[in-house]
Design a protein around this ligand. Structure first.
Ligand SMILES: Nc1ncnc2c1ncn2[C@@H]1O[C@H](COP(=O)(O)OP(=O)(O)OP(=O)(O)O)[C@@H](O)[C@H]1O
Length: 445
């Protein structure tokens, strides 16, 4: 009797944040709490002085019939500015049709298109205001004063490539890891949801560390914290700070925390945090040292300001490389181990429930036992490999002409074959190191 039926269930829908928080939805940057008009964001000096109430939108001015010369001039300037913006090409600040960060297709390694050059902005602030507000022209997001010293290109980069707009995640989507999940709910999620109750000693930590073998769900947990606490999620790999933005990493760190402050509550997830916070060595590069110092300064800032609701979640596969000062600041250090039998089973059951599959309960249990030592990512890889089995057995047919019901369900034999090629990615020696470090510095039982 097959235990799985094909289902179209998708675990995720859309990201939500707290009421009044800025959210991205369906390509639009929306600020439900304080909607202001694009025109209202322009430099105050450029506003026409009129005796009647000042129209609050460009449209109102355009539709308004009689205009004074000053009003007309201002409308013309707006039109000129908008057409400049439209001509600036896709992906630039000037594109009135596209909001910052609404498109994730570029990915972290995508081609970054710099913003249009600043014009006539003296201190650069006016130009930046324009760039920021033009980018958000669809939703009329007000310019945040805290961003005035941050380069617009960095704001764009953070919002489009570091701010994560992926689908939401539930705790149940993460198999196993019950201790880590319970602890995180208690010390992080509830306090972020109810800052009024979790004050003083009950206040949340500002930094936590998730350590353990690769592919065990650290990133999933980071995402889930953000979703469940209705926080904005920023996700960055520390190695990209040190390698991709050579010479700019330090500014990038500052910009990241500043943007996060504007989107509180926020979770900043830093993958491979060891490469940012490794112990200072003789050969440490000056720029790496500066990035690290800036990071610690920002982390301390987030710690000292009780109003800030920013949580830094660091993830690492090499916890032993994190230096003492950094370790001390990441107060809660949680071991994220390999999945146990029940978690491995949950991963298979969950993935197979989305496919046509003929595995019996017994067969699933047998696979799970054979997959001893597999990480969550290995389990996913095993299922992907097995899912190709029915296709491979179709070799005699022309794959372009067969109908989908000619593809047989995924069977036990496919897992047997997959187990021949997919191997555990974590060695026993590595596991011992994690367990040792957990005993010394971890916050588990
Ligand atoms: N506990 C889990 N439950 C369900 N799926 C998991 C789990 N752990 C890992 N996976 C699967 O493995 C993939 C990788 O997980 P994730 O990126 O969270 O691992 P990680 O610990 O952050 O890895 P790395 O240290 O390499 O960055 C996930 O997308 C998911 O498919």
């Amino acid at each position: 009797m097959p235990v799985f039926a094909k289902s179209n269930a998708t675990a995720y829908t859309s990201v939500s944040t707290a009421p009044g928080q800025s959210t991205f939805s369906a390509g639009n940057f929306v600020n439900a709490g304080k909607r202001k008009n694009l025109c209202a964001m322009e430099d105050e000096d450029q506003r026409p002085t009129v005796s009647k109430p000042i129209p609050t939108t460009c449209d109102t001015l355009e539709e308004g019939g009689f205009k004074t010369a000053k009003e007309q001039l201002w409308v013309d300037q707006q039109k000129k500015h908008n057409s400049l913006s439209r001509n600036a090409g896709p992906g630039t600040y000037g594109t009135g049709k596209k909001s910052l960060g609404a498109v994730r297709s570029r990915g972290l390694h995508g081609k970054f298109v710099p913003p249009i050059a600043k014009q006539d902005d003296g201190d650069g602030y006016t130009g930046q205001k324009k760039a920021y507000s033009a980018s958000n022209s669809e939703s009329n997001v007000p310019f945040d004063e805290r961003l005035k010293n941050i380069e617009p290109k960095m704001i764009e980069l953070i919002m489009s490539e570091i701010m994560d707009h992926g689908p939401p995640l539930n705790w149940d989507d993460i198999a196993g890891l019950e201790f880590a999940k319970t602890t995180i709910k208690e010390i992080v999620v509830w306090p972020m949801l109810r800052p009024d109750i979790f004050t003083g000693l009950r206040g949340p930590p500002k930094g936590i560390l998730l350590f353990g073998p690769p592919g065990t769900g650290k990133t999933l947990i980071g995402k889930c914290i953000a979703c469940q606490s209705r926080a904005t999620f920023f996700s960055i790999s520390a190695s990209s700070l040190t390698s991709k933005w050579v010479g700019e990493g330090e500014k990038m760190v500052r910009a990241l925390f500043t943007v996060a402050r504007c989107h509180q509550p926020a979770v900043i997830f830093i993958d491979e945090i060891d490469s940012l916070l490794s112990q200072r060595g003789e050969g440490e590069h000056e720029s790496s040292r500066r990035i690290k110092t800036e990071f610690l300064v920002q982390l301390d800032g987030a710690t000292t300001s009780s109003d800030d609701r920013i949580l830094v979640v660091g993830a690492t596969n090499r916890p032993q490389e994190i230096d003492e000062a950094a370790r001390r600041r990441l107060v809660k250090r949680l071991y994220i181990p390999l999945p146990e039998v029940s978690a491995r089973k949950q991963i298979i059951v969950s993935l197979m429930s989305q496919e046509t599959c003929s595995l019996s309960e017994k067969e699933v249990e047998s696979i799970v036992l054979q997959a001893e030592g597999f990480s969550g990512a290995d389990m996913t890889q095993l299922c992907r490999e097995a899912a190709l089995g029915p296709i491979r057995s179709l070799q005699v047919f022309d794959i372009s002409t067969i109908s989908s019901d000619q593809v047989r369900p995924i069977a036990y034999v496919d897992f047997q074959n997959a187990l021949q090629t997919v191997r555990p990615s974590v060695s026993k020696q590595d596991l011992e190191l994690y367990e040792q470090w957990n005993k010394t510095f971890g916050c588990g039982r």
